[in-house]
Design a protein around this ligand. Sequence first.
Ligand SMILES: *Cc1c(COP(=O)(O)O)cnc(C)c1O
Length: 357
Amino acid sequence: MKRVYNFNAGPSAMPLEVLKQVQEEFLDFAHTGMSIVEISHRSAAYQAMQDDTVCMLRRLLRIPDGYHIVFIQGGGSMQFIMHAANFLKHRGAYINTGVWSDKAMQAAAFYGETYEAASSKADHFTYIPEAGSAVIKPDTDYVYITSNNTIHGTEWHDFPSCNVPLFCDMSSDFLSRPVDISRFDLVYAGVQKNVGPAGVVVTIIKDSLLVQANSQLPLMLQYKTYVDHDSTYNTPPVFNIYFVNKVLHWLDAQGGLKEIEKRNIQKAHILYQVIDESDGFYKGHAVPQSRSRMNVTFNLPTPALEAEFVAQAAEASLIGLKGHRSIGGCRASIYNAVTEEGCQALAAFMMKFQKNH
Ligand SMILES: *Cc1c(COP(=O)(O)O)cnc(C)c1O
């Protein structure tokens, strides 16, 4: 078996230890003599695992009392709809930092008035606006942000404070660092970037927000349905939740989110240093103070060189370095499961490639 260095943006690298463990347990989940994909989601064995998953999320993220954690299908894109369906009554404010916040705002517009409270669109989403620069109109129901901009390679390092509920799409940096959940009213993360296989979203919702939700919606669109039925109103994505459970235990065994953050800072530093010391051969997309620790985006002098870079890297088992089709260039996604060794291998390749060109 040959494993490559995987820099895919999502779905993306998962911890090898977890993949092996899942493989090992696949035929016999928790001594039931059945696979996790074969047992009832109403069984005690399943319920214990799901409870433990919620418990681990609470512990790792230090989620305070007064919040519920639920599992929802439909990906991040379904949350673009649900957050507005449930909570957009007068107007929703969006801090537009990239393709995903743009899409969330467009999806939300179906339910009411949306507006950009701040935006870095005019500068090709190269930076995160100053937290204090957002202009919030009267009767705003919530402010919506995207903590990490997967496509553009920017990340909030200091979250805004506002006097309306704060919503956050954390899909691409969820569990990559400690976060003070008490600053948010609604947090969600599609797990396929950092935490598991595509097919489930973790949504964390504050009880004081939940009681204000629109109750005139189809049940499957109401957060309350997921909360009231402990995510099992209908069949939850059992395998995905099980996999997330394994990743959470892996994170815990690594030393938790403080430790993982430390490693992520170091990994990102390895790559940004190559970019900064390349005399402009590699040009980072993001301004330095807004750089993402998860997605390192950069350009080479020409699109032809970028294509050659991606192709040669793949030959060297460095996979997934092509930038998103909407902005081009190159992107190295270095989520939790990407090792420091992987980042060093890429850094060495980048230096060699520059020398040869
Ligand atoms: C990938 C991504 C999404 C979209 O998720 P889907 O599950 O494909 O709908 C949303 N937000 C962010 C920040 C992402 O990185």
